[in-house]
Each structure stands twice: as structure tokens, then as C-alpha cells.
Ligand binder design. Structure first.
Ligand SMILES: C[S@@+](CC[C@H](N)C(=O)[O-])C[C@H]1O[C@@H](n2cnc3c(N)ncnc32)[C@H](O)[C@@H]1O
Length: 419
């Protein structure tokens, strides 16, 4: 559990459990996902905007509008509960306002939803700067990306290839009454058709299975690791890709580098649960002070990025990210690539990965490295049994969010020419 989920879990721990906590999570994620739409709708029914100190009332109204537009809660129950919640919050003055706004919305919803359509920020529920960037980068796909970002994310599992075949684990799930489906080119991926507490999955504690999006699962195979190799995983926490690489080939020397000590704890926990071994170094990947000078056969750079490919899983990204973050992230990404290139053996492979869909963070980074080094070769990205996957970019390939129900990732594999 991390970030937003952890905050919700902690803040509701003493007061909510089971289904009530799940509903609280649904309401928080739903309001974050549909914020721009709900805010537009709310403003249609307010005489004047609510003052800053009345944010609790505003959030209560947004939650109620979310329930009215996206959930099947009966209208009268939504209105009654929102009014009682205003009392519980000590905001009695807002009772009439809440009652009026919600009843007016229920009455006029068809008209206001139609009025919203030309407003792209509200219609797609994304900040306009991001819509504009997606239009620029993906003129044929931007609408599909925005729509995929607003879906609820599925639960993807990664079967531990060192312990089991994907089909055998699928049968184990079936025995427990859990239905799952495979992915066309992520060999260890299974999508669960229903939400479950993952710790109750067969063999979870013994490391038979982990949670990881199917798109993220492509990285380990693309790195093409072989027995005896020295492998570097940069920006490793929480260790999903580190562990997957080791599951595919445990007989390697794995070094995992991560900036945040607190996040490195998660890498250790995942390695321990899966009974895998790696050397862990807490360090900044944009400098080489931690490096002992021994080059690596394989390097994975899972660069810090805008996370614009995983918005459906983390809807708060739409609220937290600013346009100016993209240039700052691009600068760090280039710094990391420039530093790490010297650490790759001639003939070795480096896989650059992001969970971004923005070209500035993806192919432009490869262009930057090519411009400064003569020994960089861009390789084809081949997945066994799959002729075509993702979208070909100038360099590398982009997996778009929603495609085969996976999140959005960019991949580019580079090799270093021998001197
Ligand atoms: C996309 S996440 C990595 C996900 C991870 N590879 C996995 O598969 O589980 C990016 C990680 O990079 C770390 N990070 C950010 N800047 C870094 C830097 N300059 N050096 C090393 N790690 C960094 C972040 O703390 C974060 O844990």
C-alpha cells in the first residue's frame, strides 16, 4: 500500500472497516478521477464560488455529485447522506445549500451534461495543459488515452516464473473460484476479474505471485538477461522490475540503485518475500559517486517521470502534476542517461523505460543521448511470439494506456558499440 491508499487507510482506520472503507476509497479516487467534470457541474449550481475556508463543503458536494453521476446509489440516499454529513462536519449552515445544489442537479442533469460537452477540460476531466500536450504528441490517439485514463484500473498479477507456469497458477486461482485472463504478450501476467485482498491469493506469502501491471511486466523480458551477467537496475523501488528480472534469471549479479531510503525498504521486503538476492545501494542515479567502476552487461533505467501513463491507477497525478514539471523531469532523465552510459559494457544492453506517454520524456531522451555519443545503437524491441506490439516511435515503442488493458509505458533498448 502506498501514497493515496495509505493516507485513506490511516485516516479511516479507527472509524471505518470493510465495505465502508472500500466506499471511502471509491469516493476519494472517483472525485480525483472526475474532478474537472464535477467542478464544472458544481459551478453551474452555485450563485458564487465557495470560499477557501469552505473546502470541506465543496468536497462533500463533489463526492455527492460523483455518486449521482457514476455510482448506482439512489438519488434520495445521496442527498440525505450529504446533508447529514454537513451536520457531522459542524457545517449546519450548508444544509440548504447542499440540498438545493443536489436537487437542482438531479432535476437539470441532462441539460448541464450537454452544456459541458464543448468544455474539453470538464468533458475529459483532465487539466487543459495535459490535454494540449497529448493532442500534440498523439494526434491520432489523444482521445483514447484520455478515455483510458478515466477507467478504473484492473488488478494484474505477475506469476513467479522461477516457481510456476502462468497456466498452472491460473488453475490454482480457478480452484479458489477466482477467474483470470492472460495478456497477449506479457507472458507471466494474469488479470483478475474481481478485486481481492492480494495477501489471500494462493502462495502469496511464499512468493508465487506479485502485483504488477502487465505493461510494466514487459521490461524484464526486453532486458534480455542471461546467466552469469552483471545487471544494474536504476531507480528500482519498489522493486517490481528488479524482482521480475531475478525471477526470469536468478543466477545473475543484480545491483539495484534507488534514491529514497524509505522506498528501498520496499525493495528489500519484495526480495525477501520472493526469496531473491540483490545488492541494494541508496544513491542518486544522476551522479556516479556510488559506482565501483565495474561495467554492467545489462542496465535498466526506469526513469523518474511524469507518470502520465498510469493515471487510471493514480488519478491524483492529474491534480499534482504541473506543466513545468515535464521540462524539469526531462532534465533529470537526460542527466541519468548521460551518467549511466559509461557504466555499460561494450556490446551490453541498456533498456530505458518510463511510465510516461509524453515524447519529451521518451524518444527525445534517446535523441539527446545519440547526439552526444557515437557508440549508441538503437535496437529493435522484440517480444517472442508477438510481431507487432505498442506504437513504433522515432526511437523505441510506446505502449498506450488501455491497450490490452495495460498501463502506458515507453521502452527503448540501446546497445553500446565495441571500441
Ligand atoms: C518509476 S519508479 C521505479 C519503479 C521500479 N523500477 C519498479 O519497477 O518497481 C521511479 C523510482 O525512481 C526513484 N528515483 C527518482 N529520482 C532518482 C534518482 N535521481 N536516482 C535514483 N532513483 C531515483 C524514485 O524514488 C522511484 O522509486
Amino acid at each position: 500500500m502506498q501514497g493515496r491508499s495509505l493516507v485513506i487507510a490511516r485516516s479511516t482506520a479507527d472509524v471505518l472497516e470493510g465495505r465502508d472503507r472500500a466506499l471511502a476509497m471509491e469516493l476519494v479516487n472517483g472525485v480525483l478521477r472526475w474532478y474537472w467534470k464535477l467542478d464544472f457541474l458544481l459551478n453551474q449550481f452555485l450563485q458564487k464560488p465557495l470560499r477557501n475556508k469552505e473546502q470541506e463543503v465543496k468536497m462533500l458536494l463533489l463526492m455527492a455529485l460523483y455518486e449521482l453521476t457514476e455510482l448506482s446509489t439512489p438519488d434520495y440516499a445521496v442527498v440525505n447522506e450529504a446533508v447529514s454529513a454537513s451536520k457531522a462536519l459542524g457545517k449546519q449552515w450548508a444544509k440548504a445549500l447542499i440540498n438545493g445544489v443536489l436537487r437542482n442537479f438531479i432535476r437539470d442533469q441532462e441539460v448541464v451534461l450537454k452544456k459541458m460537452q464543448p468544455n474539453q477540460e470538464a468533458f475529459y476531466s483532465h487539466p487543459y495543459w495535459l490535454i494540449a500536450l497529448l493532442k500534440q504528441d498523439w494526434p491520432e490517439h489523444w482521445q483514447a488515452i484520455l478515455e483510458a485514463n478515466n477507467q478504473r484500473p484492473p488488478l494484474w498479477l505477475r506469476v513467479n516464473a522461477a516457481q510456476n507456469k502462468t497456466q498452472s497458477y491460473q488453475t490454482m486461482l480457478e480452484v479458489q473460484g477466482l477467474v483470470s485472463s492472460t495478456h497477449p504478450f506479457a507472458a507471466q501476467a494474469l488479470k483478475l476479474e474481481q478485486g481481492v485482498d492480494v495477501t489471500s491469493l494462493p502462495g502469496f506469502d511464499q512468493g508465487l505471485v506479485s502485483v504488477q501491471d502487465a505493461g510494466a511486466q514487459l521490461a524484464a523480458g526486453l532486458l534480455d538477461v542471461h546467466k552469469g551477467q552483471r545487471v544494474l537496475d536504476l531507480c528500482a523501488a519498489p522493486g517490481g522490475k528488479t524482482c521480475h528480472v531475478l525471477e526470469l534469471e536468478p543466477d545473475i549479479e543484480m545491483v539495484a540503485v534507488e534514491l529514497e531510503e524509505s522506498r528501498m525498504v520496499r525493495v528489500r521486503e519484495n526480495l525477501d518475500r520472493l526469496n531473491l538476492k540483490a545488492e541494494l545501494i541508496v544513491a542518486d542515479a544522476s551522479d556516479a559517486s556510488w559506482w565501483d567502476g565495474n561495467q554492467f552487461d545489462r542496465i535498466m533505467v526506469d526513469a523518474p517521470c511524469s507518470s502520465t501513463g498510469v493515471i487510471r491507477r493514480h488519478p491524483d497525478i492529474k491534480t499534482l502534476r504541473r506543466k513545468q514539471d515535464i521540462a524539469a523531469l526531462a532534465e533529470v532523465q537526460q542527466k541519468i542517461l548521460q551518467q549511466v552510459w559509461q557504466m555499460l559494457k561494450p556490446g551490453g544492453k541498456l533498456l530505458y523505460v518510463t511510465c510516461s506517454v509524453l515524447r519529451q520524456e521518451n524518444e527525445a531522451q534517446i535523441t539527446g543521448l545519440l547526439a552526444t555519443h557515437k557508440d549508441v545503437v538503437v535496437l529493435d524491441l522484440i517480444i517472442k511470439g508477438s510481431a507487432e506490439w505498442g506504437v513504433a516511435c522515432k526511437h523505441g515503442r510506446q505502449l498506450l494506456p488501455g491497450e490490452n488493458d495495460n498501463d502506458g509505458f515507453y521502452f527503448c533498448c540501446l546497445s553500446k558499440l565495441a571500441e
